[in-house]
Design a protein around this ligand. Sequence first.
Ligand code: IPE
Ligand code: IPE
Ligand code: MG
Length: 270
Amino acid sequence: MIRSAKREKAAKQQEADAAAVERREKELERSLKPSLLPRHVAIIMDGNGRWARSRGWSERIRGHEAGTQAVRAAVETCARLKLEALTLYAFSLENWQRPRRETSALMHLLRRFLVAERDELMENNIRLIATGRLDDLPGYARQALDKTREMTAANTGLVLNLALSYSGREEIAHAVRALAQQVAEGRLQPDDIVQESITENLYAPELGDPDLLIRTSGELRVSNFLLWQIAYAEIYITDVLWPDFRKVHLLEAFVDYQKRSRRFGKVDIN
Ligand code: IPE
Ligand code: IPE
Ligand code: MG
């Protein structure tokens, strides 16, 4: 009897909390200026392991699994607000140094995600691409990735870029190798190498630089993410752990972004 009353009270509280979040989302969305939304957002999705530990679970992978809900919420929100691109740091080159049990579980989770999200991506006109050392991925993950990329290739809405086996320094080395090759073949003079030459030879130059870089779980570092592209990105760090990150948190980041004065080294004219 007492237990069921307690349960009822908890359910009521949950309902009230959900309603409060919805009100806050509406309020935040109303205060956003569509013309000042970031064009390209990049997210370092961090804190999955700590999220699992905070629940007393020893398996970090439970945090990664829960994180896919946060991915869905972020993708859905960015597509609905008509952003051009969302880059998600899903797996770094350095992450291969984690125990095999974890990297393998992450790769299987990636494959499941890529298959499960196909309908949603198509319905929302989202084009999926991936950047990083994709040849490092196990065959089963690579095949699922290639199929989802092909299926969504003609979509014209949000570009969802998954950074996989990604390293910012490696990406710059990749661009430099391409330029060195052109020099070796006599198609490029060293004196003609300018900043744009590097930019044009990055993995996905068409995305442009991110306007806003978000990192969850409170770490104050960039962990080798988009080193070239974040030169003038606005940085937003939240203590929220990635599996808890929802639409309301993303909207809060956008509202904060809209308060920034982006000067690019110039004098503010406002
Ligand atoms: C981010 O969460 C996911 C990946 C790096 C793949 P972590 O696994 O780094 O979680 P924490 O930082 O240990 O809490
Ligand atoms: C960055 O998180 C990589 C991803 C989110 C995929 P990490 O957890 O690997 O970064 P560090 O080790 O804390 O710098
Ligand atoms: Mg981490």
